[in-house]
Design a protein around this ligand. Sequence first.
Ligand code: IMO
Ligand code: MG
Length: 468
Amino acid sequence: MPAASSSIASRSPAAAHHTPRAGTGLATAVVGLQWGDEGKGKIVDAIAPKHDIVARYNGGANAGHSVVVAGERFALHLIPAGILHKGKPAVVGCGTVIDPDWILKEIDGLAARGVDCSGLLLSDRAHVVMPWHKDEDELRERWLAKTSVEPIGTTKRGIGPCYADKVQRGTAIRMGDLLRPDVLAGKLASTVPFKQAIIGAMAAALGPALPADYAMPQYSAQALAEHCAIWQARLGKYITDTTQFLLDAQDAGKSILLEGANATLLDVDHGTYPYVTSSSTSSLGAPAGTGLPLASVGAVLGVMKSYSTRVGGGVMPTELIGNPADEALAQTIRTRGREFGTTTGRPRRVGWLDLVAVRYSVRLNGCTGLCLMLLDVLEGHQSLRICTGYRASDGSPLPFVPDANWLSAVTAEYQDFAGWQGDISGVRSMSDLPTAARRYIDFIEEYLATPISMVSIGPGREQLIEVK
Ligand code: IMO
Ligand code: MG
């Protein structure tokens, strides 16, 4: 186990200085430390007032950030959660992939609830998710299933195929292209027949594995150009060189909040490959996905649940599965924690907190502070478990290796903790938490050797304890 840090009870107030002061020009990154849905949106919402600008740096409409304001739940997929703070610029950076229909739906949904989206800025270098990306996403998943490979379990939002096109270059479309209809028309004329052929070949290869009522997509360059003109008319005013905007803001001493989407264990390079998403989700992706220099990231806040969840395929070493008692426990946590996908509605897989995996994420991200979320969900159990080590079949200790095959061979080793009873959702200070809950938190902080800055005990804005 790593060297112990001071416990929360004995820590001096200085230890909680985890975010740079406003006006220093330094950025704060907020990243997920597990497999997503840790509550990043809530943390972004909480610390947005201390920052001048909020910027997303990765992912697309696969993310689902829900924030509850005055009892009203806002589910955001592409627009940074910072949009809920009036007048704060909300940037969707160059490292993202944007589905224009989705973002329009989101803008309209927010506007209908009185949220002003005039501060939205979309990078002209962000890539456009086109219809063929979503179609290919679906066909690829079907192909894996047909060939007896566990599908990735994607959100089918076209994320992987869109990033693949970005890297392929010639057949990619960027947001900035929407502002140049002549250039766009040329790209569509070249790309549409090629994509039609690829999708046709994929569908043919799948053959009877496709449902009888599968409707073969038909793309038309003309129809798409008309659709792109609608996107241009409605989104054109938001599309700009956000890299320049952010660099200028930083020169002017503004502090930028970098909102990570998805999570570290889903990172395309550093996650549990191949069961990952297609972008750089960790703090390492923030400079590339915004254009800000590496040294400008002054603090990294890692957001983690008090337990583990995962959506889609891939192993989760602490998953509560395989016997009725564990599955009933998973169901209790799932129900209490509303563990159903914000994006796809899928029930999330549930497991005990895996500190071996989280410690890997903390180190990779260079976390300067931690936010422990959904602690209230764990109340009412006699005992709780935390995974503190991995073992091979011969009992020898194993490190965390971000690879699906490696993880499928490890056995989780647990430490048991006393649970606590009663409702903690009204607690507003660490000293009012039950002793068992404080012990659980102290252990996490000591194991991870990183200060816990915030503890969430409910979805509401006010249900957040700031650790002094
Ligand atoms: P937030 O931001 C949970 C998962 C998908 C799938 C894999 C690849 O809400 O924490 P993709 O559609 O990205 O190609 O799917 O990644 N995944 C997420 N799971 N929360 C997310 O984002 C996710 N983003 C992607 O379920 O297993
Ligand atoms: Mg999600």
